[in-house]
Design a binder for this molecule. Structure first.
Ligand code: FMN
Ligand code: FE2
Ligand code: FE2
Length: 393
């Protein structure tokens, strides 16, 4: 698949993995994108997961025939992209690896590969391919320390690594203008929330650094190649990086016997009564964490609750709190709720978590003993109304 005069798509689709990084659900698969720039020199930008190497090799041969690959540019060392480095070097022994100082430490550590002949680049340095030039920009912690992006100056193409990546395999078409991108944009948010969500400050720093570049095409390592939606996805990243949210509420809960669920429903009803249109209720025993995280990143309000369970917070709710503490979500408004039957811990633990998350907390948490009776449900509706007011403020 030829993208421009000199750039070819040589990525693969993974439609069998259930969970990316062992945890994020992949109902529509994921692509590992790799690109060839064929000029006087041939540069390969990133590789694919090792399981897909044979398919990848066929794609390289289809474009290159017997031609050699001069450079392998390693924008990111996570094994979904670096996994084929060792095998690639067996088939292309003369390929020179291109990376920064941190990249090469990782190549050695992961693959035990010698890094003698390689091309070490620094921030802003360039590599001529003949009529075109690759320029490298280090974007540390997007989302690993060695992460960089590569810009093909003459063609105005940014090879952005995981930045602007999204879940969802590619269905024949590669470039956004040739396809219906509707399903990919929410998947870019889900990818962001799952994978980059801790690094909002670095996202903003990276966007600032890349702002002077004129970009006509963004080739990331997952999902479509972006041309006509570039401003949309940059704005999405800016908004997510800055922690900007929409007026809306996520009600997330876990429940064994339905009391917490009834309280969750009452909170949602209260918020609806107070005029919030966008309300998403997630049963954390059913909804996959990345979808919940995506919605929390999107909306300003979060009501979260669960029962006390063996003296702790119910596990799926506790898990979500841990995930939130590992992300940048402090611009939110929080409402907590939780029940118990003999010694309540759930609400206390939620409050403790918020010391780390630092969301603005709406008074007062709804805590109840045993059944969620009509008084409890009324205080839950009231909590929903108050959360709505804080979200609208
Ligand atoms: C397996 C299990 C463990 C529980 N552990 C505690 C506990 O340690 N302390 C407590 O006060 N209540 C405990 N409870 C009671 C629940 O927290 C309480 O009944 C709660 O309202 C249940 O909410 P639900 O109906 O949404 O599941 C436990 C209940 C179950 C089923
Ligand atoms: Fe990655
Ligand atoms: Fe990746």
């Amino acid at each position: 698949m030829q993208l421009t005069d000199k750039i070819y798509y040589v990525g693969v689709n993974d439609r069998t993995k259930h969970r990316f990084e062992g945890q994020w659900h992949l109902p529509q698969g994921v692509s590992y994108n790799s690109y060839l720039v064929v000029d006087e020199k041939v540069a390969l930008i990133d590789t694919v997961e090792a399981d897909f190497f044979l398919e990848f090799l066929d794609k390289l041969h289809a474009v290159l025939g017997d031609r050699k690959i001069d450079y392998l540019v390693i924008n990111h060392m996570e094994p979904d992209h670096s996994g084929s480095i060792s095998l690639l070097r067996k088939y292309y022994p003369d390929v020179k690896l291109v990376g920064n100082k941190k990249t090469f430490g990782m190549v050695e550590g992961f693959y035990g590969e010698p890094t003698a002949d390689d091309v070490e680049v620094t921030d802003g340095s360039e590599l001529s391919l003949g009529s075109t030039t690759l320029q490298f920009h280090l974007v540390p912690m997007l989302h690993w320390p060695e992460t960089m992006v590569s810009y093909l100056k003459e063609d105005k193409v940014l090879f952005s690594g995981d930045v602007f990546g999204c879940f969802g395999a590619l269905n024949g078409n590669i470039v956004d203008r040739d396809m219906d991108t509707e399903s990919y944009l929410p998947e870019m948010e889900r990818y962001y929330a799952a994978i980059l969500g801790k690094y909002g400050a670095q996202v903003l720093a990276g966007l600032k650094k890349l702002a002077p570049l004129e970009i006509e095409m963004i080739c990331s390592t997952h999902g479509p190649v972006w041309t006509e939606h570039i401003s949309t996805i940059i704005e999405l990243y800016r908004r997510l990086g800055a922690g900007e949210t929409e007026e809306g509420i996520v009600v997330a809960y876990g429940s064994m016997y339905g009391n917490t669920q009834r309280v969750a429903e009452a909170i949602a009803e209260g918020a609806a009564e107070a005029g919030v249109r966008k309300i998403v209720v997630h049963n954390l025993s059913v909804s996959q964490p990345s979808y919940v995280l995506r919605d929390i990143f999107r909306y300003k309000g979060l009501a979260i609750g669960g029962p006390t369970y063996n003296g702790e917070l119910f596990p799926v709710v506790n898990d979500m709190m841990e995930r939130l503490c590992g992300r940048k979500v402090s611009n939110h408004v929080l409402a907590a709720f939780g029940g118990f039957s003999w010694a309540g811990q759930a609400v206390k633990i939620l409050e403790k978590y918020n010391e780390r998350m630092k969301m603005e907390m709406v008074d007062a948490p709804v805590e109840w003993k045993q059944g969620a009776n009509p008084d409890v449900l009324e205080s839950a509706r009231e909590l929903g109304r108050r959360l709505a007011a804080a979200v609208k403020a």
